[in-house]
Design a protein around this ligand. Sequence first.
Ligand SMILES: [Zn+2]
Length: 973
Amino acid sequence: MKNLWLLLSVAAAACPLSARDLAPDYWVENVMATDDSVQQSLVFRTVPGVAYRVETTENLTSWTAGDEIYGMGHEYVVPVREFTPPPPPPGGGGGPLHTAPVRRTVSLMLKRSNAPEGGTVASWPSLGGGGGVTVLLEENLGPGWDLTPLFWVSEGDYNFFIWHPFLPAAPPTSTPSLALADQGFLSELEARLPAMNAQVAINEIHARNAPPPGPPAPGSRKFWRVHADWSVDTDGDESPDWAEFEMMADPLHPSHSLADPFESDTDGNQIKDGSQTDTDIDGTPDNIDIGVGDAAVSEVISAPPRYALFPLPVVIQNNARRAPLGINDRGTVLYPRTAWRNGELISLKASTGTLETWDALAQNDAGEIVGNGKLTIPSAVPGLADVTVLWASPEADPEAVTYTDADGKVLHGTIEGADRGGALLSNDGHVMIAGSKWYSMGAGGSLTQGELGDGPALWKLPRDGHPAARAPITPKVPGLTQILDKDTYWGYDENTLKSRWGGTTPAPPLDNRIVKVTRSLSGTLTVFYDQGPPHRRYVPPGLGWIPSAIFANATDLAADGSAIGATSAIRTAPMMTNGNWKELVAMAPQAAPPWDGDSVHLSDISPMGWALASEGEGGETRFGALLPLRLEGRLARDGQILKEAAGVDAMSIRSHRPGDAVLQRQWVMVPSGGSTPLTLRAPLNEDTELKIEGANLTFGGTAGSVTVSSDVNALSISAAATVASGSEIPLKLTLGGTESVSYPIAVKVMKPRVIKVALFKVTKVFTPPLGPLPANDPVPNPPDIVPDETALETYLNKIYQPQMNVTSDIIPVAAPVESDWDVLGRNATLDIAGPDSHSSEQETVLAAAGPGPPANIKLFLMGTSNNFGGTLHASGYANRAARTCWVVAEPLSGTTTGYLNHIIAHEIGHVIRGNGHPGEDIGPGQLPGVSANTRLMTTKPNPAELGNVLVKEEWDEAETWMKMEEAANRLGS
Ligand SMILES: [Zn+2]
């Protein structure tokens, strides 16, 4: 008997967005398979708009990807082992075994059309690549569908996985040109819809598949897991599919009318849906919300940081290594008697005059430090006062904090609650002193001392010339020790084992110990408990303290929503950026050992994002400071600033499956002999200056290096003309005397190149015998729209020059190519072959065109009365091997020279950077299942926002291709 093991888990590479991102609901059930055997099966319920991948393994090391399912709310059955064998075939005699046909599973949404002429609106994720497809079928949905939200049927070549929302929808306004695979599916759908209507009518309804029998398990054990991808965005409108399904299913949702997972601009207002929908109704549109679906999280997406990692020196005190107390916005790491800043250790001054300090306890983001000490009171009988000590900066003299009241009593007291570390000094200069004491000097220098006994008091430290001030807490809440600001403080009662809360904000749940409270840029408070999650966020005014799914596994938060989490079996040193968890090895790229290992932990992140890391155990623990760096690249087109890291696009940042070469580092393309302007954002200041160095690079006119010390720094990087094209140079980053052991930013140098594009204008003619001509296909037929050559060059240069250092030289061929190319079927369509090959119609045009001028790429602008009939995208096709591009200015409404220029740029991209699109699983820079509208190479360009981003993997492929062209002496420069 073979043992089979079931294991349902998320893939380790997945980055849970929320609790929903864990394994789907599943159970084990005996299910009859298509051969009438009974299969013990794993069944899970899909969520509409979430993509699932079933994976199996025998050794838990290498996993084999199996079924890919786009969720529509159905149950999905995966056979695991045979429970009862199939019955013998009727009539005995061993006939051939029934084998289930291999079918493609298509997830489909069917809605009644609300147009007077009726029909059915069918939508599905394109079978030919990224993007969604919406078409109007003439057939109406039968009445049986009114009771059938979910329907599964396997017919012909397809498993139809259908969701039927009850609300009718408007039909699409135009007929899209479909990929071949979609055309085939559409024909079969049209043919089978009447039969489906009949099945639904007699209640033969299924919301789950009948599986083919599972294969026998070859090994002694087998494991299954299901990877759930919640980031799928089929239409590329930057609202994830699952969120659009959710809004679509809820007619009362404010964004209901804009929700369609397969349509990027549902209301046709030229603004993508994701910037108008707000799934969680938190005021932040989906396309910039780091927590779509989490009403407690309204932080907005920012350029994702990558971190420089600076190892800290060992700090010994009383013969033991000391752990840092925390890190602040100035990049200062505080130890009990020392501070590390700008790569150096600074000893805190221990005494001055009558004051002797104890250990420092806490610092704030302004650089102030507090601790406790003893003040010698000069009197006839000298006494001692326990006082709070303030260092205005790590270099400053310590100063005793006392307050003289109206009676001449000198009030003093110490800070408590330091055993848990944390918030003892607020950024607005307040500390909580649990029990204040006093002394006063009588006549002749006699000393009187006592306790005030009025409970904890909020002390305002001396600052900017004002003296210390003291205010008792009202109402009197004992046990308050920790403070965020003058309105927010808390503590813990060791007797009741409950937290205490004070200040103007209503109290959060207090059953667990509060260890930290943070405030976001927009003012949202987050409390962290020692036994958690759930942490709570305060979302005024209506929602109060609610749990946040996104931050459920966070241990600390920066003000912009960047977070750190605890190291676990799934992730080492997790850091969250824009709602996605990534490990430190990705966030601090190429970190040197031991920082790339499994024993790294994160303990603190400051509001502006400085973070503390540790490595190792006990007395051997090492510490490091993490500095976040964000690059904003400039795209020349319309002066648009790309808010994302250079070499990366917005969809990659949001995706769970970005691909390492797309996202791991921040890449800057620097032209050899030229410069690239950038903006570097980092929490730097006059005390903490970052030196940036790169071999053979010049920074703003200074060879070799530049030092920056502001939050926002303009940075211009140039490369010498002698640097070999394709060179990749990681930048060396230094704070004072300490060099970063990670390399978050790297430069790719590319030399200037000119790509020569011969532009052929193809006029369609018919030569005898004319045969049956297609209707409405006049001849001769020149291209309808012809781009201005200078405007086209400018358009191409704006895209390719800043990203790949490539300019284009359009060489118009004066004489039109007159060709009777419509030889296949006379269907007014340019029939094409697969990638890297030409159809006979294309061969006909090539023969008529002749060799033409020397060029890297031949661009054919086709005259036709029909739609281009392209298979991969709307109006263009490229053959990379032959270096040809085929583009039609078809007389479609909305087609403009600007759109035509964009399609030409896209097709030239196929020759330069290769076949495939971001949404497909071939070619560079993949984001499977995502249309990626910010990319030049998307299949579904949004007319309102023609994407132009080319990512690092595309630069690499282009560099390889251009070197081949150079080797063949075809490329100019
Ligand atoms: Zn394409």
